[in-house]
Design a protein around this ligand. Structure first.
Ligand SMILES: NC(=O)C1=CN([C@@H]2O[C@H](COP(=O)(O)OP(=O)(O)OC[C@H]3O[C@@H](n4cnc5c(N)ncnc54)[C@H](OP(=O)(O)O)[C@@H]3O)[C@@H](O)[C@H]2O)C=CC1
Ligand SMILES: O=C(O)C1=N[C@H](C(=O)O)C[C@H](O)C1
Length: 264
């Protein structure tokens, strides 16, 4: 995701700050994105490098796509240094994440789903549940999600949709979710195109009535990373505007971005 977002930033004419990070100490590498050579730093240089970035690039927006176990420590550092950030990484302790931002009065946009059309679907499901609580009482829910083998956590997006189904009257035990990470199953059973085995997000929610006479199916299948990368750039531009205008609200999500006219 990091590289896809950097490439999208260049396509959209943004200035790319020439630093990025790795969880590994022994990386001495530079990658080129557009005309910018980006230096990758290990964890021990994180605070010093980010502190210099904050001084040198006062308009910077940090984008985080790392790993669930880095979410909280990374967010705490951005808050300590007053660096506004877009958190695309899923997992971690979400309550603590929000608390870190609230306590520091930093600006952040946090969303487990950056794909704008998928965000609109999540919003519709939430509104559906608010308007018709219990509408699916008695129904049975099956959920399947398939992601690249490197994905460590359960889909944050599926968790969000399930929260809406629960309000619609369908209790669901998260342990029942079918999580597919095996490339052979993805090709044969899920139907993921071969070229997207290393970057895809397929989600299927199947509801059945108590007597099996009615069924509903909701599906959203994403191949590649561009939908998230483009959404992330919209999120970064949106957050920058909020910082510039010193908006009293500090924590945003992708629904805020869509509601302010970025849906296209
Ligand atoms: N919100 C959204 O719409 C989306 C969210 N995601 C989420 O974003 C996260 C990343 O996804 P993805 O890019 O596919 O994962 P990848 O595993 O492909 O990339 C994550 C990269 O982060 C680096 N990394 C891990 N920990 C740290 C750290 N503490 N500091 C700096 N770098 C670190 C790793 O590099 P190295 O090995 O060099 O450390 C790795 O290359 C996941 O949680 C995923 O679920 C993904 C897509 C969309
Ligand atoms: O890791 C991914 O790839 C994705 N993660 C997010 C999630 O957990 O919901 C969003 C999307 O599913 C892609």
């Amino acid at each position: 995701m990091g590289l896809s977002v950097a490439e999208a930033a260049v396509r959209r004419g943004l200035h790319l700050v020439p630093v990025s990070f790795s969880s590994r100490e022994k990386v001495k590498t530079t990658i080129q994105v557009g005309q910018t050579d980006i230096r990758i730093y290990g964890p021990s240089a994180r605070e010093d490098v980010l502190s210099s970035v904050a001084d040198e690039f006062p308009d910077v927006i940090v984008v985080d796509y790392t790993a669930p176990d880095s979410v909280n420590s990374n967010a705490e550092l951005y808050c300590k240094l007053g660096l506004p950030f877009v958190m695309g990484t899923t997992g971690g302790n979400q309550q603590l994440l929000y608390k870190s931002v609230q306590d520091s009065k930093n600006y952040a946009l946090i969303s487990p789903q950056m794909g704008k059309q998928v965000v609109a679907f999540l919003a519709i499901m939430r509104i559906f549940a608010e308007q018709f609580p219990g509408a699916f009482s008695g129904y049975h829910l099956e959920v399947l999600e398939s992601h690249q083998a490197s994905k460590k956590d359960t889909s944050g997006t599926a968790k969000d949709v399930i929260a809406s189904f629960e309000k619609l009257g369908v209790p669901y035990d998260m342990n029942r979710m079918v999580k597919i990470r095996d490339p052979d199953q993805q090709l044969e059973m899920v139907g993921v195109p071969k070229e997207h085995i290393e970057g895809h997000a397929f989600h299927l929610y199947h509801l059945t009535s108590p007597d099996d006479s009615v069924s509903f199916e909701f599906q959203h299948n994403v191949c590649g990373r561009s939908i998230y990368a483009e959404g992330t750039i919209d999120a970064a531009i949106f957050l920058h505007r909020k910082v510039q205008s010193k908006d009293s609200k500090r924590i945003y999500d992708m629904e805020d971005v869509l509601r302010e006219g970025y849906m296209r």
